[in-house]
Write a protein that binds this ligand. Structure first.
Ligand code: HEC
Ligand code: HEC
Length: 398
């Protein structure tokens, strides 16, 4: 309990009474319908800590944050009232303790209906301009931030006016909107989107062991971590797709040969057609290249959460890549071997080269020692300070 930081923001007797009751029981977030507890002075969402030079894009995002708007966003993010039956919040599927992912293959939305994909982590969102595993939302975070509310599996309120009406009816939002936007009456769809987006933009990872080592040529790494870094950058060239400092590719996608052709979820190919002369859609099997920041916290892995451990992910790259026509060139022999750390990223199409019938998947054939070294390196991308930061926690759980 962090009571010294907190005051009750709600002024209604009902709100206070239900909060106190909620303190005494162990209720999962889905069932809590009390008022949020917030600090008297808002937390510093616009961080006062220096952000290292190699993370300079974060500085841009951070100077556009407002502590009161992000605070409102935090409340909206964790408020189950935004779902059709008041049981599901964004936080039900994006849990701060797991870098805003969830340790389940498929998250449960409204009453036992599961999402068809694994919930991704949310962090350093300023680095991305397209969202979801298939990159279908590409008009910015503010635009997408209410899509999950409308999604019938996730939160199920298709009419956004109904969402606005609910927020208006909930007593604690008036004062929060007043602080954030100047007037309690400014409860609008646009301001709800903005607040949610600001909260998500405030979730920043820049204090990992990797970040701390960056300026000192990684003198803080032990020999195993250094060996893993070498493998990641050179021998296995993971870095050609998982590009530092985000260890992703700014919303670009790739087909990593998880499944045989035309089997299962087709990712970007399911909503966008890019046929070659034979009618083959070269976007089939293409999914967003996800960030590897905080990867130790975000199991299970891949768009469908099929791998429970990092070891299983590495085994896929080591021996499991399937022979599919649109396998990313970076996962074909020759490519990784010829390309070293001096790879010219810009020559690389986000959606792969031309489909070919003569694809050979790379076999990285990692040894157990190499796998352990890679995992040691991946663990340097953990940011425990982000994970435990109280300003990202659920204000309804107290
Ligand atoms: C029932 C679980 C569930 C709920 C509730 C939920 N999400 Fe998600 N979220 C997901 C899943 C699953 C995906 C991936 C969907 C896909 O790729 O098709 C996702 C994707 C996202 C992404 C894209 C991340 C990326 O890297 O592409 C963002 C941002 C996001 N959700 C924000 C929110 C917000 C904001 C809310 C509340 C308004 C919310 N989510 C509610 C499960 C959920
Ligand atoms: C051709 C680009 C590419 C290369 C090279 C590549 N990856 Fe990936 N990686 C991806 C994509 C795309 C996904 C998501 C695949 C999916 O879900 O369908 C992914 C997923 C992952 C995940 C799971 C992330 C999550 O949040 O679920 C890990 C861990 C990972 N890769 C590590 C590595 C390592 C280690 C290497 C080098 C041995 C590597 N990758 C090489 C593109 C690549």
């Amino acid at each position: 309990m962090r009571n010294s930081f907190k005051i009750f923001i709600a002024v209604t007797a009902f709100g206070i009474a239900s909060s106190i009751i909620a303190c005494k029981r162990e209720t999962p977030v889905a069932a809590v319908l009390n008022s949020p507890v917030l600090p008297e002075t808002p937390y510093a969402y616009q961080t006062r800590e220096p952000i290292p030079d190699h993370m300079s894009a974060l500085v841009f995002s951070n100077t556009h944050l407002d502590d009161n708007i992000a605070t409102l966003g935090r409340v909206l993010f964790y408020d189950p009232r935004l779902s059709a039956n008041s049981t599901v919040s964004c936080g039900s599927c994006h849990n701060a303790n797991y870098a805003f992912a969830i340790p389940k293959q498929f998250a449960t939305g409204l009453i036992a209906v599961k999402t068809p994909r694994n919930a991704p982590s949310i962090q350093n969102i300023t680095f991305y301009n397209s969202f979801f595993w298939d990159m279908r939302a590409s008009r910015g975070l503010e635009d997408m931030s209410l899509m999950p509310v409308q999604n019938h599996i996730e939160m199920g309120i298709s009419d956004l006016n109904a969402v606005v009406a609910r927020v208006k009816q909930t007593p604690y939002y008036g004062p929060l909107f007043e602080k954030a936007f100047g007037r309690a009456e400014l409860i609008t769809e646009l301001n709800i989107r903005t607040a949610l987006a600001q909260f998500m933009r405030s979730v920043m990872s820049f204090r990992t062991k990797y970040d701390e080592g960056y300026a000192t040529n990684f003198s803080n790494f032990n020999s195993q971590e250094l060996a893993g870094k070498q493998l990641f950058e050179n021998k296995f060239a993971c870095v050609t797709c998982h590009v530092p400092p985000e260890f992703s590719s700014n919303g670009q996608g790739a087909c990593t040969g998880l499944d045989e052709e035309n089997v299962g979820d087709q990712g970007a190919g399911a909503f966008m057609q890019m046929q070659d002369s034979t009618g083959f859609n070269s976007l089939n099997g293409v999914f967003k290249i996800p960030t590897l920041r905080n990867i130790a916290y975000t199991a299970p892995y891949m768009h469908d959460g099929r791998f429970a451990t990092l070891d299983q992910v590495l085994e896929h790259y080591s021996t499991g890549i399937k022979t599919v026509r649109n396998l990313d060139p970076r996962l074909q022999p020759g490519f990784t071997m010829i390309w070293g750390p001096t790879v010219n990223f810009s020559s690389d199409s986000p959606f792969n080269g031309p489909a070919s019938n003569t694809v050979t998947p790379v076999r990285m054939n990692m040894t157990a020692i190499e796998k352990a070294q890679l995992i040691a390196f991946l663990n340097t991308l953990s940011d425990p300070k982000m994970i435990s930061d109280v300003k990202y926690s659920n204000p309804f759980q107290h």
